[in-house]
Design a protein around this ligand. Sequence first.
Ligand SMILES: Cc1cc2nc3c(=O)[nH]c(=O)nc-3n(C[C@H](O)[C@H](O)[C@H](O)COP(=O)(O)OP(=O)(O)OC[C@H]3O[C@@H](n4cnc5c(N)ncnc54)[C@H](O)[C@@H]3O)c2cc1C
Length: 443
Amino acid sequence: MTRTALISGASIAGPALAYWLHHHGFRAVVVERASTVRGGGYPIDVRASAIEVVDRMGLLPALRDAHVDTRGTSFVNSRGKVIARITPEEFTGSPSGRDVELPRGELARLLYEHTRADVEYVFDDSITALDQRSDGVRVTFRHGPARTVDLVVGADGLHSTVRRLAFGAETDFRRDLGFAFAGFGLERTGDTARVEREAIVHNAPGRMAGYYALRGQPGLIGLLAFATPPAFTVDPGDADGQRDVVAAAFADAGWEVPRLLDGMRTAEDFFFDTVSQIRMPRWSSGPVALVGDAAYAPALLSGQGTSLALIGAYVLAAELARAGGDPAVAFESYEQALRPFVERNQDLARSGGATLIPATRTALWLRDRVLAALPHLGPLKRVLSGRIDAAAQSFSLDPVPVGLTPPRPAPSPTSAGPCRAPARDGAGSSGSRPSPGGPRDQG
Ligand SMILES: Cc1cc2nc3c(=O)[nH]c(=O)nc-3n(C[C@H](O)[C@H](O)[C@H](O)COP(=O)(O)OP(=O)(O)OC[C@H]3O[C@@H](n4cnc5c(N)ncnc54)[C@H](O)[C@@H]3O)c2cc1C
């Protein structure tokens, strides 16, 4: 009998998981709180094994078309003079042209369009209760009728409802990294009309303001981030209150910040949150599991949230297929395969704040000197900037996808490099079929 998985959240992890579950013969239902797939958002990166995941989905050409191909980030002083400029490759340590960077909303839309014919999507609804029974999980919704399904997966982000219902309060698992950020669409005016495929960033101690000019987009993406006091909280339902908090944090700021604040006030796609991670001792409880930010948000400072969501979805679906749909076996294997990789990538965010939002004048001065020197360091620069790429590369997918035939006959040149046989310690490998992936040797 076909097993049914109910997935909460239709952003990145949810539709990717639905795709792979359908591929493995499950019936996937995705419930999303918003009325449609939510657009907008900061450009996000897809790297290493996550590129292989979208390639196996047949989506890599579409992602490459949407690649914003940022040329660099310029760090400017209060008069707009460039102090340092680095390329994405210098920042991450990845070779040029390998990673894909695209707007978050565009990736979510591509995943949705790619899956909507095979997956049932329910918008404008949300899970309100989970009741584990002998015949499955009885799920109650805010609007729609209750359903009984075989398993439930929370792919509903940092503030996951499934996590709260199955594991407890968010505060038990959320680690705030001491920053908050706002992202929003912005009109081009004055000097910004000439900026192309570039991010412009201005820092003051404990504050960062900037904008992105993405390829193919008429407007800009504004970004305001600041250090927060301990126990800082935001009311998630009060966007105007959030705008007030951001405005207060930048009240006396110079450069182009007043223009950014004006744009933020009227932006419809305003997004605000704390820079936080989710760290959990377990990612599953009975027939309920979590994937993506809901389970292991690494925070934007790591630059790895989307890649973890895509890889997590792939591995979770593959483990369910290998285990014949038995959640107890599959969820254990999923966690064993992925946890070292997840934690290594979460650890990236520890130093991210010091680079992007130095807290003191001295730290800011030092950061600027290091960034200015970086392009001239030759191979030495990998010591300073190669951590993101090294962490991103530390997980390999199985060389042959678990279950069915891969959707395309041969890997593309872009994906041939990162894939090799997994080096897992036999975790969860109860059968003779290849495992969906595992950590690479950390040599
Ligand atoms: C609108 C939006 C804007 C974002 N902008 C940025 C950004 O500017 N910078 C950045 O670093 N990261 C941003 N993120 C987060 C980033 O997309 C994720 O870190 C990453 O892509 C992992 O994806 P995910 O699918 O695990 O979680 P998310 O992308 O967070 O997706 C979670 C999904 O679950 C839905 N959802 C939440 N609660 C419920 C519920 N109770 N019932 C049903 N559905 C629910 C949400 O609407 C969303 O579609 C944004 C996320 C969203 C949703």
